[in-house]
Design a protein around this ligand. Structure first.
Ligand code: FES
Length: 272
């Protein structure tokens, strides 16, 4: 039902129901710095990834395919000619094939518990920080449409496992040279491996993963294996926000690395 105080404007920071304190809030530290830095970082990633996803070019340099474009499902993908990709979408697909793929990791991150906090604070200021009230009079949290849709996060988790598996497969394929001979390792192989590890750590540190592994049990004592797994996932889970950032940066750097190789900025240094 509608709270009559909402209609009359009694609630909120400027409402008549609030204690008569002139200050909007009592925080004296630089509380605005974390949400501002978060917003700037996310914005930088959005700008970079949008440019790269729509550019539809320079995403392949044998044997590396950019993580933004893997697996490449459209026939207009350059790697189709000799790489490990599948032309599920024929020639009719004229847009950048990255758009087909990025929906999965994008949905995973957009509905992630950490990113929700990050953009609710950074972009919506709802609320901007602890003990700093938001300007809106009405607050329903995630109990109503559209934010109740955030619950689909648990399903995106499975999609994210698939994406991490594919990028792991790409890392294995990166142990080939530019003529697809096995037994080669370049700097790009290291970049791909680091990115795959960070993506796995981020994915496995997901709160939904923690629930799948250790949730809905009455007695941990009767489920020793799940208890142990839950302990490991819990350790990762405590670092979830950090892993969200590390993996976001690593996936952008892996893409940037392939881009620089593809435009001929330098040659991939060989390690062995
Ligand atoms: Fe962040 Fe699931 S809670 S990925």
């Amino acid at each position: 039902g509608t709270d009559p105080h909402v209609r009359t404007g009694a609630r909120g920071v400027h409402g008549t129901l609030r204690a008569a304190i002139p200050e909007r809030h009592l925080r004296t530290d630089r509380w605005w710095l974390p949400p501002a830095a978060t917003a700037a970082g996310l914005l930088a990633f959005v700008v970079y990834s949008t440019w790269r996803a729509f550019s539809n070019a320079d995403y392949y340099d044998a044997p590396y395919v950019s993580p933004f474009y893997s697996p490449c499902l459209a026939e207009n993908c350059e790697p189709m000619r000799d790489g490990p990709n599948w032309a599920l979408f024929g020639t009719w697909w004229g847009l950048s094939p990255a758009i087909l793929i990025l929906i999965l990791p994008l949905g995973f991150r957009l509905t992630c518990y950490y990113y929700r906090k990050a953009y609710y604070r950074g972009f919506w200021a709802s609320p901007p920080a602890c003990a700093v009230p938001e300007p809106r009079q009405k607050y329903t949290g995630e109990t109503r449409f559209p934010l109740i849709m955030q619950n689909i996060h648990r399903y995106f988790f499975y999609a994210a496992m698939l994406v991490a598996s594919i990028l792991t497969y790409d890392t294995v394929l990166a142990f080939r040279d530019e003529h697809y001979e096995w037994g080669h390792m370049g700097l790009g192989t290291v970049v791909f491996a680091a990115n795959a590890v960070l993506l796995w750590m981020y994915t496995l540190s997901c709160h939904s993963c923690r629930h799948i592994v250790g949730g809905r049990l009455k007695h941990f004592s009767k489920h020793p294996v799940r208890y142990r797994l839950w302990g490991w996932v819990g350790k990762l889970n405590a670092r979830h926000a950090r892993l969200a950032w590390y993996s976001l940066i690593s996936v952008a750097l892996a893409d940037l690395y392939v881009y620089l190789l593809a435009i001929g900025a330098f040659d991939d240094p060989t390690i062995f």
